[in-house]
Design a protein around this ligand. Structure first.
Ligand code: M1P
Length: 257
């Protein structure tokens, strides 16, 4: 039976969403129409997001028309669920640095910084390694890139596959560290302990007694950062092409059913 906190929803299902290119355009704000849909959905089902980014970035993208990411979603999972909220209250978490230890982290980040310094990309901006709670994020162009620079790098990397080569080098060099590398966005890749992919978030919801857990994501292909949770037997996965696609499927499945 579903937890009493969610018993008033007519449909006893949990609907989880990836953020970039599922709820919003990549690293950009949600549309007012998406926010309206999320509010309507929450009248019927329990809703949550599972994003790879950190909470400040996701909160900023969803802060449209007074929407609050941790209050207006039942479950808010940033960094794949390493930062987690249930009904506005923060849940206990683990950390990347505790998992790896300072010495191994230093060896890893020193190698990354040397590799980045030797890497030739059309432009370089700032913040090449972002240290987060549950992961680190590595960007050859730097996280301070503008929207146009992001699009340009993404197109360049589709041809030159710099991130894929970088990841492959790290996989070989640090094979004993127990890490996973995930190219989830346009300009960077994430590094986190094996198993701390988006399925990590499911441990926070599996005891809630939902009849079904749906997951919507755009990068559900093998190697994409939605793949593991999409394939997980605990979820019913939906691949979407855009936020508009997400809205269309949600209306069909949960609002107009
Ligand atoms: O879409 C999820 C990814 O979003 C950002 O990627 P990028 O800046 O490369 O577009 C990052 O926050 C990344 O950690 C995250 O997985």
């Amino acid at each position: 039976m579903v937890s009493s906190d969610f018993a008033s929803r007519p449909i006893k299902k949990l609907v989880l969403f990836d953020v970039d290119d599922t709820l919003t355009p990549a690293r950009q704000p949600a549309s007012p129409e998406m926010i309206t849909l999320l509010r309507e959905l929450r009248e019927k089902v329990t809703i949550g997001f599972v994003g790879g980014s950190d909470l400040p970035k996701i909160s900023g993208q969803l802060a449209v028309a007074g929407f609050n990411a941790t209050q207006d979603f039942d479950f808010a999972f940033a960094e794949n669920g390493l930062t987690a909220y249930r009904l506005g209250k923060e849940l206990p978490s683990q950390s990347f640095i505790k998992f790896l230890g300072e010495d191994r982290y230093k060896t890893l980040v020193n190698f990354i910084l040397h590799y980045l310094a030797d890497m030739d990309v059309p432009v370089k901006r700032g913040t090449f390694v972002e240290f987060r709670n549950g992961m680190i994020n590595v960007s050859p162009i730097g996280r301070n890139a503008s929207i146009q620079e992001r699009h340009d790098f993404n197109a360049y990397d589709k041809i030159h596959k710099l991130r894929a080569a970088f990841v492959s080098t790290l996989q070989d060099k640090f094979a004993s560290y127990g890490l996973t590398y995930s190219i989830g966005g346009q300009i960077s890749f994430d590094i986190f302990p094996a198993g701390w992919d988006k399925t990590y978030a499911l441990r926070h919801v599996e005891a809630e007694g939902f009849e079904e857990i749906h997951f919507f994501g755009d990068k559900t292909f093998k190697g994409g950062n939605d793949h593991e949770i999409y394939e997980d037997p605990r979820t019913i996965g939906h691949t979407v092409e855009s936020p508009l696609d997400t809205m269309r499927i949600c209306k069909d499945l949960f609002l107009n059913a």
